[in-house]
Design a protein around this ligand. Sequence first.
Ligand code: AMP
Ligand code: ZN
Length: 138
Amino acid sequence: MNDCIFCKIIAKEITSYKVYEDKYTFAFLDISPVNPGHILVTPKNHIKNIEEADEKTLCQIMRTIKKIGKALKDGMKAESYNVMENNDPIAGQIIPHLHFHIIPRKKDDGLILWPQKEYNKGEAEKISEKIKNALHKN
Ligand code: AMP
Ligand code: ZN
């Protein structure tokens, strides 16, 4: 049995404030919004994270994100929005069904994004090489 809460929302076994659905994706209000109008966009299939998603699914998700972003600007008078995805638990993913957060933003809304760091001398070169080598293996 699938205990996934988002699968249950998509199947309408649990109620949600759905704003959009198509053959591949489902979008609904986050129950604990960062800002009013905070939307979650999910694939209808149970996919855990980005690596598990095929390219077609990722394209469909991005297509829905674009629609929602425009609706937030037009319907919520959002001046801007953030698109975020917590990929796996250490990154903050609590529900293990891939979903993207679309967070409407207004000037001076008080939301502070992540603090940034600096690279030590030579560190950026080493790190970029590690990532490039891993990419060549794909
Ligand atoms: P994440 O930490 O990226 O896995 O985000 C999970 C999000 O799901 C959180 O922002 C929750 O507020 C939201 N959430 C959990 N349960 C529900 C629900 N029943 N309906 C709408 N949003 C939910
Ligand atoms: Zn699921």
